[in-house]
Design a protein around this ligand. Structure first.
Ligand code: FE2
Length: 375
């Protein structure tokens, strides 16, 4: 008699099991000044530098770290380079959302086999601290995902970089901990294509979707879907504009970024009030919603011991779902173009994105859009 129980197959690890977001690399007009902004205003520590002094001839890069979150700001030293062309077209923005993997070449080959467009073939970078292996695939717009394999490297960041230590920061710490999610803005009717890309190529799952009914004001609307890796560590909401009476915030982004790109990165904190106080003292400004928002909040959070008055004072938003609640706040733009900004998020059980706040927030965003003459 044959058994109907299937034999256990030895499971080979998926080469696209992602360990974490390795770093976000911004391509900017002036990395020296951008590094100063992310250090002084956002409270990051400078940990490494690459440039002419370290043998890199055509660009300068500064590596900044806070908690587990790492960002790199890079600018070109010459005209006509890929970086200077990118900056002329998009302004300062995120070029690379790098993903840490166990085997960069295997991750790349599997991603390309599943339909990813190659960007950079697998290659090695070496110095006295070992070897880093990398390979990149194209994502939305000119954004790429570089697979980074660090297991044989013991240096601070990567070959070509030398360690740098920040002078003691005299200001109170900001307390940012880790990457929570990053949001892509893509063109009308392209959201589903990018959701499929993350599902098919990186094995992500669709975890939430919002229609223009959920995310609309009197004037403008957008649609959003959220994809996440199996562990729920890496979450990428993807927005597209929806038709409205006036220009959507996504349209304004696409107009000024000249195409799709990263709109905001959300960063975890376990004490958002202290983080906002520290950042405000350092000169960071945040989006404000109308005070009436907090009247509604008192009703929505009547059974929870939340100091709504303190949230109001700092402009912090709150939202809840079946699993818990979250606190969040959005910064103003990180550069002159209305493109990239940061979000701070303090989660208490909720794995959501603050959909209950979208409307209040969009009214606030539209007010800023109007001030810029872009609504
Ligand atoms: Fe967000």
């Amino acid at each position: 008699m044959t058994s109907t129980v299937p034999e256990t197959q030895p499971t080979t690890p998926d080469p696209l099991d992602l360990e974490a977001v390795d770093a976000l690399e911004f391509w900017v007009g002036n990395a020296l000044q951008a590094a100063h902004f992310y250090r002084t205003a956002w409270g990051f520590d400078l940990i490494a530098y690459a440039g002419p002094e370290t043998g890199v001839r055509d660009k300068a890069s500064y590596v900044l770290q806070q908690g587990k979150l790492r960002i790199v700001v890079t600018s070109s030293l010459r005209e006509g380079t890929e970086i200077s062309r990118h900056v002329a077209r998009h302004g300062d923005g995120v070029k690379d959302i790098a993903l840490r993997v166990a085997d960069a070449a295997a991750a790349y080959e599997e991603a390309v086999r599943r339909g990813a467009v190659p960007d950079k073939a697998p290659h090695e970078e070496k110095d006295d601290n070992g070897v880093i292996r990398k390979a990149s695939i194209a994502a939305y717009g000119e954004t790429v995902h570089t697979f980074v394999e660090r297991r044989d490297y013991s240096g601070v960041h990567a070959p070509g970089y030398e360690p740098r230590s920040t002078v003691a920061d005299p200001l109170p710490p900001v307390g940012l901990l880790d990457f929570d999610h990053s949001v892509a803005n893509v063109e009308l009717n392209r959201m589903n294509m990018w959701v499929e890309f993350y599902e098919k190529v990186l094995g992500f799952s669709l975890i939430q979707g919002f229609t223009d009914e959920d995310i609309s004001t009197e004037y403008s609307a957008l649609m959003s879907k959220v994809v996440s890796d199996g562990e729920g560590r890496i979450k990428f909401p993807i927005n597209e504009p929806a038709p409205g009476k006036k220009k959507s915030q996504v349209d304004e982004y696409l107009d000024f970024y000249n195409g799709p790109g990263l709109q905001h990165m959300a960063i975890n904190t376990d004490d958002i009030i202290s983080s906002v106080e520290a950042l405000t003292a350092r000169g960071i400004e945040f989006m404000r919603v109308p005070d009436t928002y907090y009247e509604d909040l008192k009703d929505r959070f009547a059974d929870l011991d939340l100091d709504i008055e303190r949230l109001r004072k700092h402009g912090i938003l709150a939202d809840r779902d079946d699993e818990g609640y979250l606190l969040q706040i959005f910064s103003r733009m990180n550069q002159d173009r209305p493109t990239v900004f940061f979000e701070l998020i303090e989660r208490h059980g909720s794995r959501g994105f603050g959909n209950g706040n979208f409307k209040a927030l969009f009214i606030a965003l539209e007010r800023e859009q109007e001030r810029r003459g872009n609504l």
